[in-house]
Design a protein around this ligand. Sequence first.
Ligand code: ZN
Length: 130
Amino acid sequence: MNTEIPIKSRSRTEFINITGEVQKTVDKSGIKEGICYMFVPHTTAGITINEAADPDVVSDIQNELDKMAPYSDHYQHTEGNADSHIKTSIVGASELVFIENGKLRLGTWQGIFLCEFDGPRNRKVWVKIV
Ligand code: ZN
């Protein structure tokens, strides 16, 4: 089963918790045991799994990524979003989570985040459940 989750980001950098949306997709699939693949088809937005309980964690990740790829740094790509491309490559474009008893099997503190690095924009996550 393939589906697409539309996501609207509201700021240039934003980590959007999409765990609930992904779980809804799993619910609709009716699959109780399997694998949920998520793929972000963008070059300035990615996906990651990390702590969803304390919002300071994603803030810290964003701040450290800013240090690794600052907004302005004599980049050759002059579109004004070179840092966004670099951050996207660091976090990656895909994740997978096991499905057990119809539920995403995540760790207690884990959440799935769409990582926006060049918003606000309309984004999408492709989800394949097998
Ligand atoms: Zn660009």
